[in-house]
Design a protein around this ligand. Structure first.
Ligand code: BGC
Length: 266
């Protein structure tokens, strides 16, 4: 008998992490917060309009649904994207194709796939996944997950619940948009040695700490692999840890938020 996706708790769901260069999807075990099987990647189309991206989301889902571990047909799909996402509608496009602004992404993806899709900001997805399964598990009060990549993403969790669209990468600091100075891509672009880059991170994190007094900072994004190069240089009263879900945080968080949104899990 087919699984009734509205009443049965699904064991797995599909999550897709849409980035500037690659789109990665995987089947997520919702109890463990881990991928079942390998992730599947397709380069992000150019231009990366919502419609072109929807087609690639469709290809990724088709591939994943052929696998033995695939969720029941019709189980909602989660996607993560680097923009402000307000009830499924994109409201910014800092480092992505401007055609996303005001696009009803949930509607476009849902129509293309013929099954429900729910989208979330990429850093929010990563933060949500860390709060439930990773470095922020069981932490009470406010936790700020900060991703350092092409931009700076941020997620605010309070008692494990997401406060969406924090966008702290765009704080103005010393007359600059913070992510233009302290993202991982700023370090690469300016070829900054780690001690110089760490000074920028120190300035950024101490300002964010002053504003929000979180109980914990979680640092994610590709750069978290190099944490030994910058963590020892940071002097903050807030504990700082590295994200545990690594490269899969976006996929796991995307699947989780869809399951939460459609009330498939609590
Ligand atoms: C965007 C955020 C995104 C972050 C990380 C920023 O430029 O404004 O929405 O979460 O980059 O990708």
């Amino acid at each position: 008998m087919a699984q009734d996706t509205k009443t049965a708790t699904p064991a797995t769901a599909i999550g897709i992490d849409i980035g500037g260069t690659g789109m990665k999807g995987g089947i997520v075990d919702l109890k463990k917060g881990k991928l079942v099987g390998d992730r599947f990647r397709i380069p992000t189309p150019k231009p990366s309009t919502p419609e072109a991206v929807a087609d690639v989301v469709g290809e990724i889902v088709d591939e994943l649904m052929k696998r033995d571990e695939a969720p029941a047909p019709g189980t909602p799909i989660g996607a993560a994207f680097p923009a402000i996402i307000d009830d499924g509608v994109a409201r910014s496009a800092a480092n992505v194709d401007k055609s996303w602004i005001d696009a009803d992404v949930d509607a476009i993806f849902t129509e293309r796939l013929g099954r429900e899709v729910h989208i979330i900001n990429d850093a929010d997805a990563a933060g949500l996944a860390e709060a439930r399964y990773g470095a922020g598990k069981n932490v009470k009060g406010s936790v700020l997950a900060i991703t350092l990549g092409t931009g700076i993403g941020s997620a605010m969790l309070f008692d494990g619940k997401l406060v969406p669209n924090f966008e702290l990468g765009h704080l103005e600091l010393d007359g600059h948009n913070a992510e233009s100075r302290a993202s991982a891509s700023a370090r690469e672009r300016e070829d900054l040695p780690w001690d110089e880059y760490s000074k920028r991170l120190q300035r950024y994190f101490s300002h964010v700490e002053f504003l929000f007094s979180p109980k914990l900072f979680i640092i994610g994004g590709g750069i978290s692999k190099r944490s030994e190069d910058f963590l020892p240089h940071l002097d903050l009263r807030t504990p700082v840890v590295v994200a545990e879900l690594k490269n899969n945080a976006g996929i796991v968080g995307a699947a989780l938020q869809a399951a939460l949104h459609f009330k498939l899990v609590d």
